[in-house]
Write a protein that binds this ligand. Structure first.
Ligand SMILES: C[S@@+](CC[C@H](N)C(=O)[O-])C[C@H]1O[C@@H](n2cnc3c(N)ncnc32)[C@H](O)[C@@H]1O
Length: 238
């Protein structure tokens, strides 16, 4: 786990956390180690199988569910203090309204959602050519299709990847969450990424990667709160 999310989430011990698109559960298991009760959700059968194996090898108590993240509420009925998503998740989803609705459904009143994600400007470029060219729309609705040698998990693999992804503007992220009933606490845009995933990044003094020009941000963070249910006694007196 990285500094952005550690700082944003604070002390998670004793909290119930839903980790969306958890891959093979690395961060879910870290949450469990920190004393949280974590449920990780991912569509990959292999990912969830490995997550469960690691969970039992490490004698931890995380829970893992294999499903489409958009269908989470069909498989998980529990409500959570924190719903968490990080680095490389929403780009796999064609639209965000059902995603935001599910997040709101799974949060307890008083709970919060936090996401740290690659910035939509960074996804406007075609990185299969050198130098990369700006090719895709900031709020493009159509899928972005790319073929390249290697996989996102293993750049040295000889496998051909065929990927469909979607670029989501910050406006779409914020609007979908607020339309689902969440209150936006903040939106922060960040120059430095913990991951060296775009060409031409340089390492800064903190060991993070950034564009030498810092001409656009590489990451964004959003924190959004689910309001506490409040029965206003004031109404009875008015
Ligand atoms: C880049 S990884 C996310 C890694 C993440 N930073 C983590 O916590 O380890 C993206 C994950 O999204 C999952 N995924 C993609 N589409 C999905 C969907 N519709 N529902 C659930 N998981 C999905 C993939 O299987 C993959 O594990």
């Amino acid at each position: 786990m990285n500094n952005y999310e550690l700082k944003a989430l604070g002390d998670v011990s004793g909290k119930n956390i839903l980790h969306l698109q958890c891959h093979f559960g690395q961060d879910s298991l870290s949450f469990a180690r920190m004393g949280a009760k974590c449920t990780g959700v991912d569509i990959s059968e292999e990912g969830i199988k490995l997550a469960k194996q690691l969970n039992s090898e490490l004698n931890l108590d995380a829970n893992f569910v294999c499903c489409n993240v958009l269908d989470t509420s069909k498989f998980v009925s529990e409500k959570f203090d924190i719903v968490f998503s990080s680095y490389g998740t929403i780009g796999w989803l064609p639209e965000l309204k059902p995603w935001a609705k599910m997040i709101s459904e799974r949060l307890k009143p008083g709970g919060f959602f936090y996401i740290v994600e690659f910035h939509p400007i960074a996804w406007m470029f075609d990185y299969t050519v050198s130098p990369p060219i700006m090719k895709y729309g900031y709020q493009q609705k159509e899928a972005i299709y790319e073929e390249y040698e290697g996989t996102y998990a293993d750049a040295n693999s000889k496998m051909m990847s065929k990927e469909y992804g979607w670029n989501h503007s910050l406006g779409e992220v914020i609007s979908s969450l607020s339309e689902a009933g969440l209150q936006i606490e903040y939106l922060k845009e960040r120059d430095a990424s913990p991951y060296d995933i775009f060409p031409g990044l340089v390492k800064n003094d903190e060991g993070m990667f950034e564009l030498p020009s810092k001409i656009y941000p590489l990451l964004f963070e959003v924190k959004a709160n689910k309001k506490n249910r409040q029965i206003s006694s004031l109404h009875f007196f008015l």
